[in-house]
Design a protein around this ligand. Structure first.
Ligand code: FAD
Ligand code: SF4
Ligand code: SF4
Length: 414
């Protein structure tokens, strides 16, 4: 049997992260579809094989070269770190943690560093789904504030950025930013149009099925029209809550459940397999990365938010420093090892990758060709029990879920 084109192959063999770079760069040949189980995934049109071969150069799902980074200890380069928040109280309140991402993106627009910001926002026709958008002002950016624990493909904006005439900042998960980094490395003209990338930390993206389970837990009736769904924000970490129009046309607000309940009991179980073998949860390839300072946890779900802000490149460092000097961000410096202290779950997740990939190899499953990361020593640093479970638990999961089988993408419309 002939091997399919490299994009179809990446999807089929479960290496795709759903970033959207391939479809963004070659929209005539590749489109993203929302598969409720497998996530948002690309489908190559008949005759699109040549485009798919070119698109494969942008794909970080099949592997990244971490050796190209100035630091590759597993959490990427850290030039400086802070804990703080947006000084704009609405941005801080609506933001997922402290609104630092939205505040920095807005500052980059206001300073003229960029003329647009590519990010994702909930689709107005179906807020369970997300669309890649480019915003030009505060209102546009506020559409995206707050994390969406759902499938999303922000790099679909790549085509618009490449064909546009203005510099654009990019916001996305680490795997999204990694594909943007590959695209920039492959095309200097594109790189000049993308002077700033901001990554959000990411433990894994749940699928559409998980969102539907969340809506059931929030008691949103099946015949209602969903008008808004929040996973985070409006406080830190905020409540998961929906708005909808019931069958009689009356606007309603659902019960709100704490983030810990929604993530812990509903969403995290539906993270995609690709996320469980992810080697970059904190945005090593970004100019700036932002996450939660969980080492200094919020005092209740509706606390005032704080973000952990990490400058990774000189350009990122300059922007954060300028935002602090302008009073756009209020933040205090943190030690350079703060990521590991704030995210012990991500240290464990990163450590387990070597063991998980070992189990996959035993089943002849392909693994991403990531280079330049100390995966084995991160695994060795785990307690014995965690090491064993990363191998034996994965083997069990592969067997039970038949994970060696090809992924078949079925969009919700099919
Ligand atoms: C699936 C997921 C898992 C996460 N896991 C962790 C974790 O383990 N540890 C941790 O510290 N933080 C995690 N975060 C990030 C955290 O929730 C905050 O996004 C981060 O602290 C930034 O907060 P902020 O208030 O500065 O951002 P905001 O000002 O609220 O801006 C958030 C930005 O992220 C973009 N965005 C939201 N959802 C997505 C998405 N699904 N894909 C691409 N872009 C998106 C929005 O468009 C917006 O521009 C996760 C986020 C997501 C979406
Ligand atoms: S990871 Fe991104 S670029 Fe690679 S196949 Fe998936 S959507 Fe396309
Ligand atoms: S865990 Fe990794 S692969 Fe999965 S969505 Fe997050 S950054 Fe992407």
């Amino acid at each position: 049997m002939t091997r399919p084109d490299p994009i179809t192959d990446a999807v089929k063999r479960n290496l795709c992260t759903g970033c959207g770079a391939c479809a963004g760069a070659f929209p005539a040949a590749i489109r993203m579809v929302d598969d409720p189980v497998n996530g948002r995934r690309p489908v190559v049109a008949p005759g699109g094989e040549a485009a798919a071969r070119q698109a494969a150069r942008l794909c970080a799902g099949t592997g990244m070269d971490f050796a190209s980074l100035p630091a590759n200890d597993g959490f990427g380069p850290v030039l400086a770190a802070w804990e703080g928040h947006a000084s704009d109280t609405e941005i801080r309140h609506r933001g997922s943690s402290g609104g630092a991402v939205t505040a920095l993106a807005l500052f980059a627009l206001q300073r003229g560093l960029v003329r647009g910001v590519a990010h994702i926002a909930a689709r107005s026709d179906d807020p369970r789904l997300n669309a890649a958008v480019i915003s030009h002002d505060r209102d546009g950016l506020l559409r995206g504030a707050g994390s969406r624990y759902a499938q999303a493909s922000p790099v679909e904006a790549l085509g618009a950025i490449a064909s546009g005439m203005v510099p654009v900042a990019f916001i996305g998960k680490p795997c999204d930013v990694a594909s943007v980094a590959k695209a920039k490395a492959a095309d200097p003209a594109l790189a000049a149009k993308l002077p700033l990338t901001i990554a959000i930390f990411c433990a894994g993206a749940p699928n559409l099925q998980a969102t539907d389970r969340l809506l059931d837990r929030l008691a949103v009736p099946k015949d209602a029209t969903l008008t808004d769904l929040r996973y985070r924000g409006n406080g830190w970490p905020g409540l998961m809550q929906a708005r909808y129009r019931d069958a009689a046309g009356v606007e309603r607000v659902s019960e709100g459940i704490p983030y810990a309940t929604g993530w812990g009991r509903i969403l995290q179980a539906e993270r995609r397999w690709r996320c469980r073998i992810c080697t970059d949860h904190t945005g090593a390839f970004a100019d700036i990365s932002v996450g939660d300072p969980w080492h200094n946890p919020p005092d209740g779900d509706e606390a005032q938010g704080r973000s952990l802000i990490v400058a990774r490149t000189p350009a990122g460092l300059a922007l954060v420093k300028a935002a602090l000097a302008a009073g756009v961000l209020v933040a205090t410096p943190q030690p350079q090892d703060v990521i590991a202290r704030a995210q012990p779950n991500l240290v464990v997740a990163q450590g387990a990758v070597w063991g998980r990939r070992l189990a996959m190899r035993a089943f002849f499953m392909p693994v991403p060709k990531d280079r330049g990361l100390p995966l084995f020593s991160a695994w060795l640093a785990l307690p014995m029990r965690a090491r064993l479970s990363s191998v034996a638990g994965t083997a069990r999961r592969i067997w039970r879920q038949r994970l060696w089988r090809n992924v078949v993408v079925r969009g919700i419309e099919e």
